[in-house]
Design a protein around this ligand. Sequence first.
Ligand code: AP5
Ligand code: MG
Length: 193
Amino acid sequence: MFNLILFGPPGSGKGTQSERLISKYGLKHLSTGDLLRNEIASSSPLGMAAKSFMDKGQLVPDEVVIEMINSALDNNPQANGFLFDGFPRTTAQAEALDKLLGQKNTEIAIVLALEVTQEELVRRLLNRGITSGRSDDVNEDVIKARIQEYDRKTAAVADHYKKFGKVEYVKGEGNVDDIFELLCREIDKKHAA
Ligand code: AP5
Ligand code: MG
């Protein structure tokens, strides 16, 4: 199994690059943002509870997303590996993930961290908000709140995995294809090792 975390602030290109990476490496894509939006779309109790946090740009409580990931891992026993996108987002989530993977005798192989300036993040998300229908993209204050949550709670996840020497930084600005090549280069180094 080859499991990777695609890490980075809101708008850094995690979703865009995930699509390409899962198709090249045959991984199962697990995006907690997408899973939560599916819950909202089906008006489930979990979705309704999560929506109030997401609309404000705040993180959904750890236990909710950890349980979602736990189920997703159990529901995909045949997967060759997982690409985690938007998860883990707190140190508690990272510790829970390491434990869940450990129970399945596997682990995170690499954390690829996309680096993008704050100005570019805001520009991309406002631009996407014109067409995405994502309620957390339309208002600049909500976008800034998401970036603030990242700085306050999520940036620490990289420190957690740095302790194990698993983090590789990749510049996330420029051409989408060029960024994809840089990500693949880092993965291939690990695969070959
Ligand atoms: P989530 O859905 O994870 O959103 P996010 O992390 O805020 O990031 P985005 O999905 O907006 O951006 P992205 O990095 O995927 O970039 P993308 O490729 O789309 O989370 C949403 C909410 O759910 C959270 O705020 C929270 O409330 C909740 N949540 C989710 N997971 C949680 C968790 N684990 N714990 C607690 N709460 C959780 O690209 C963005 C835009 O830029 C696109 O328009 C794209 O076309 C464009 N773009 C991409 N690459 C480039 C490039 N190289 N150049 C120019 N434009 C580009
Ligand atoms: Mg995304």
